[in-house]
Design a protein around this ligand. Sequence first.
Ligand code: SF4
Ligand code: SF4
Length: 386
Amino acid sequence: MKCNRREFLKVGVMGTTSALIATNALAEAVQQYAAAEPFAFPDPVYRILGRTGMKVAMVGFGAMLTPEAEVIRVALDHGVNYVDTARKYMGGKNEEIVAKALKGRRDKVYVATKTPAESRTGAEIVRDVETSLKALGTDYIDVIQLHNVTGPERIFLPETREALARLKQQGKVRFFGVTTHTNPTEVLNALVDDKERFFDTVLVAYNFKSEKNLGRAIERAAKAGVGVIAMKTQAGGYVTEALGRISPHQAALKWVLQNPNIATTIPGMKDLSHLREDIAVMGMPFTYADQRILQRYGAAVQPFYCHLCGTCEGTCAQGVEISTVNRALMYAEGAYKNRELALATYRELPVTASAAACLDCAGCTARCVNGLNIPAKMERARTMMG
Ligand code: SF4
Ligand code: SF4
């Protein structure tokens, strides 16, 4: 089936390709599109992922938003070799989409997935890994990550470690990692201070809006051999009129990649236009023009952009997980535009730690170090997510 660029972009952007085109025809259409366009895919640039020794393209593939395996396959055809997923994404279907992309090339791709944040016992960890192996259609996972670690506690749980070590002995996982959005500096430092150096990688929210001390913790982790992967590189990717037609995405990604302590990044890519925009930055320098773009974008999102640092949470009398509520809001309102992911993230919170707790609060004591209006954000979250 032939599909011209405009038609492909239309269906890809709308995320309705599956409904419109049978899978094989779609695969052919994507391949034709990728081959016919004048866009020159860059030579991939590789870095070493810490002590894992894995040589990974500096732009990896964040699969959380990708409805079509063919988009991942085009990336893999052009040197991208690290794919990050989790069962939680897309209502439990994301690993299955990645599985389709891996068919026939499993040995050429590094696959990272996650155990849910609520899994703590050995039995839960083993169950999660077995379920992911099945969904991914593989007999090993390259990096298994504890999802959404917010402090040292989960990193040191003996039962979790024993289960992971057993899975490694069985050849079902190769390396261990954690992911962190909230309190990332403390999490990174705990990984380094761990005498066993148990965890090999960290997937951390990091972008041009990040605090300076996070950059220092990343440097320390990288020097200790922890492979650092950056996510949330676009600072939410909010639509703003401040830049006219200029997209801040490439500048934001280049800003992250200019840091040699970042081994790779996993920008979320829904379609080929996202893929091209993101992988084009491999080998590009971060320029003065990029700096100016980020200044303007940063100023535009400042009034509502949450750094997810979690600093405010100690000032909330009710224990609301403000950073997680704000992250869910970002999934709904930022470039993600993913209500399903927003709801899934929000509903992971107990009601007592969600924005609903604010309804029983006499007056907001929570303070944002970046000047955000926390009660207004919580109200917005309640309106959008219940
Ligand atoms: S209103 Fe403020 S202090 Fe009260 S529960 Fe909500 S975030 Fe916490
Ligand atoms: S609301 Fe402010 S203090 Fe709280 S997590 Fe976001 S940026 Fe940090």
